[in-house]
Design a protein around this ligand. Sequence first.
Ligand code: 5GP
Ligand code: ZN
Length: 113
Amino acid sequence: MSDCIFCRIVNGDIPGAKVFENEHVLAFLDISQVTKGHTLVIPKIHKENIYELTPEISRNLFEVVPKIASAINRQFNPVGMNLLNNNGEQAGQSVFHYHVHLIPRYGKGDGFG
Ligand code: 5GP
Ligand code: ZN
């Protein structure tokens, strides 16, 4: 989808700070990080929300999420991490290409929650 910002990152039309990439999945730093290392993990194929994911897309994505979380831990050394996925505008979704937020936590006053 050419009008989807995350598809444009997948295609290389606009830059993204890549954290991880394989055939099916891309992870990149959020443009406005709520904490240091805030990362988005997306399927390369355009799916709007969790309801549109097939079991295969879901499997491919969540197979690598723990690896990406561990890589973030190694690099940024947080004390915890939140995984978050907003589905629908009322739930806070602003980009309609499915994504999981990985939000490293650094303790009280880290800017999130
Ligand atoms: P949502 O609100 O849909 O759950 O999260 C969308 C996220 O995408 C937001 O945290 C926002 O900062 C991030 N975002 C929006 N546009 C871009 C972009 O062009 N590049 C990157 N890296 N992140 C983006
Ligand atoms: Zn897309």
